[in-house]
Design a protein around this ligand. Structure first.
Ligand code: URA
Length: 448
């Protein structure tokens, strides 16, 4: 068996790792017999040299097998489903879709992640709710799925521990945007969930990990090959990720927007993503014959309040006090009574008049990251109250001097450089009278 330095050298020199090599590396990561510097070096070698399909498949399988692989009662056959996104800005789809699917009779054992690079993480968002526990035992997951139908949890010592370790180190070593590492990370978690069907939201654009449609498509194919290779019926949707999704970015602000969406007041772009992915899953799992039929059922589960009841029950099952869950789900909740508001807010004003042509999600995310919404070191605490509210939307005609962004911040305070960066994130062009319709979904990829 090769030693760890020999394994690193093999990959660094562009050779193909075999199953034994990959197993040895993942075992060393999980058992902590490898130094972080060696793991970082291997991640960088994989980032630089890439992996062939057999290596990616082996990496995915070994990461999945680094912990428990869940098993479900026979009567759940065909109804255990999930979605996963490759990462976006303001991407809160999971918070709305998981309970909507549960309301439609599915079981959703979602294993999610934390913020990665500039993108937000579902676990960080949920932890802005006081008491929310993302670390459930296998028994608690089973109980929650039986009683509620959905749960959202993190990787633990027993659930894909290899991803928990590699995910944090990738963030700290600039090795996030690697096709085999993203594939291994996402599909190992979904494999451990023993799913019947999975839909992947593969993002492209200036605020996505991959900037153009062609490379996102390549990632979608890698993810679908790995998912279908583990026996999960896996489809993908390619979606634009340029402008933040919805009107709010930042952990607790996104929880508020998700709750608003669950009360039937969601922004159209967020709801487009929720209903498209939900509709695809319902079609892929054979419950409906077309995606649009499934989308309609998901939409009804949201507007009729069934999804909100599931979210409330999920919060309670995951440690949130009854009164807190109830207050957050009240029709006209005073969210800041429960979700901490940042000490300071600053409104930025438009500098010209015209039509809003672009709001650069990447710039917004990078500034918020520096203000404390994201991490630069594995395990670092984040400030859940840091974030921003968009006060204008794409295609809107605006006058000069109207507020377009409200930044929520604490320490560090916003520097003048950061204010300039944010101002430059807004593009206002010549006025237009036509209303600009902005659809995020570029293409659906169905399993063969
Ligand atoms: N989501 C994950 O879980 N892993 C990645 O690598 C990217 C997005």
């Amino acid at each position: 068996m090769l030693s760890i330095p020999e394994l690193i050298k093999k990959k660094r020199d562009g050779q193909t790792l075999n199953d034994d090599d990959i197993r040895a590396f993942i075992n060393a990561v999980t058992s902590a017999t490898i130094q972080d510097s060696q793991t970082g070096a291997m991640l960088m070698a994989i980032w630089q040299k890439g992996m062939v399909a057999t290596e990616t498949q082996s990496l995915t399988r070994e990461m999945m097998l680094s912990g428990d692989v869940m098993s479900w009662p026979k009567e759940w056959a065909g109804i255990v489903v999930d979605k996963h996104s490759t990462g976006g800005v303001g991407d809160k789809v999971s918070l709305v879709l998981a309970p909507a699917l549960a309301a439609c009779g599915y079981k959703v054992p979602m294993i999610s992640g934390r913020g990665l690079a500039h993108t937000g993480g579902t676990l960080d968002k949920l932890e802005s709710i006081p008491g929310f526990n993302v670390y459930l035992t296998a028994t608690q997951v089973m109980e929650t799925l039986s009683s509620v139908g959905c749960c959202i949890v993190g990787q633990t010592e027993s659930l894909v521990p290899a991803d928990r370790i590699l995910y944090a180190l990738r963030d700290a070593t600039s090795t996030v945007d690697s096709l085999p590492l993203i594939t291994g990370s996402i599909i190992s978690k979904k494999g451990a969930e023993s799913l019947n069907a999975l839909v992947l939201d593969v993002k492209f654009g200036h605020a996505a990990l991959y900037k153009d449609l062609a490379s996102a498509k390549e990632l979608a194919h890698s993810l679908m090959t790995a998912g279908n290779g583990l026996g999960i019926c896996t489809g993908a949707v390619l979606t634009r990720m340029d402008v933040p999704i919805g009107r709010r970015v930042g952990n607790s602000l996104e929880v508020m927007e998700s709750l608003e969406a669950l009360k039937g007041r969601g922004p159209p772009d967020l709801m487009e993503l929720v209903t498209t992915q939900g509709g695809m899953l319902m079609m892929m799992s054979g419950k409906v014959s077309s995606q649009s039929e499934g989308s309609k059922l998901i939409s009804e589960a949201v507007t009729g309040g069934a999804a909100l009841s599931k979210f409330q029950a999920m919060m309670k099952a995951q440690g949130v006090a009854n009164e807190v869950a109830q207050s957050l789900c009240a029709a006209h909740a005073d969210y800041h009574r429960i979700l901490r508001k940042a000490e300071h807010q600053m409104e930025l004003k438009t500098q010209t008049e015209g039509t809003v042509r672009d709001i650069n999600g990447m710039v917004l995310a990078e500034v918020l990251h520096k203000l404390g919404a994201g991490r630069t070191k594995a395990g670092e605490p984040i400030n859940h109250s840091v974030g921003a509210e968009l006060l204008v939307s794409l295609g809107q005609n605006v006058k000069k001097g109207v507020p377009w962004l409200c930044v929520h911040y604490e320490r560090p305070a916003l520097s003048s450089d950061q204010i300039n960066q944010l101002q430059n994130a807004l593009t206002v062009g010549a006025p237009r009278n036509d209303t600009h319709s902005h659809t995020l979904v570029a293409e659906l990829l169905l399993p063969q």
